[in-house]
Design a protein around this ligand. Sequence first.
Ligand code: HEC
Length: 194
Amino acid sequence: MKRGAKLPGKFQRRKNARKNPLQIPSFSVFALVLLATAALLASALYFQKNPSVEREDSSPEAGQPVTINGVTVPPPPALDASAIVQGEQLYAQHCAACHGVNLEGAANWRVPLPDGSLPAPPHDSSGHTWHHPDSVLIAITRNGGDPARNSRMPAFRGQLTDEEIEAVLTFMKSRWGEEERRYQWWITVMSANQ
Ligand code: HEC
């Protein structure tokens, strides 16, 4: 047999291994670089969309004013107990089917559906409801999601009064952690002052 001609596969591999002692195929280095670039891009996009979400509240105790990005707003007001009870009932009746009985959201809620729309996100601390000011949450509940994105979030205008929408929102707030509640209060005050 001629040298280098028809070598069986395992000899071929050994030959390559000698040339590349660490046995790192060059395509995997390429894939790693590609992955790292994608991760960087994704995080840059995320922070561009949610510039303040990761900012620290420098006085995170309950009952204290909220300071984020050097801007202080008064402490979050106490939630109305009867609105929480009313909101809990309305939530079970109108929202739980999609957003989950315990506000946990639909399964795999981050993965778009075949029609490009998103499954219902959680309304507890694990979702992004608390990233938005009251005005945005009330508007989405009243008017529904964006039809341009095939949103499956229905409009509740005509079905729930403004006071009832407010009560559902109060119920959701009562389920958030202290940090989420303080952040959402801060962004609500900030957007009202704009
Ligand atoms: C038929 C299913 C369905 C019902 C019922 C429903 N939702 Fe939704 N909701 C969705 C979907 C799907 C989304 C995500 C929409 C999107 O991003 O396009 C959503 C998104 C939202 C958002 C935006 C959250 C965010 O962080 O962007 C709010 C607020 C919301 N719903 C409130 C409510 C409230 C309050 C009720 C009950 C009064 C309710 N929804 C009932 C399906 C539903």
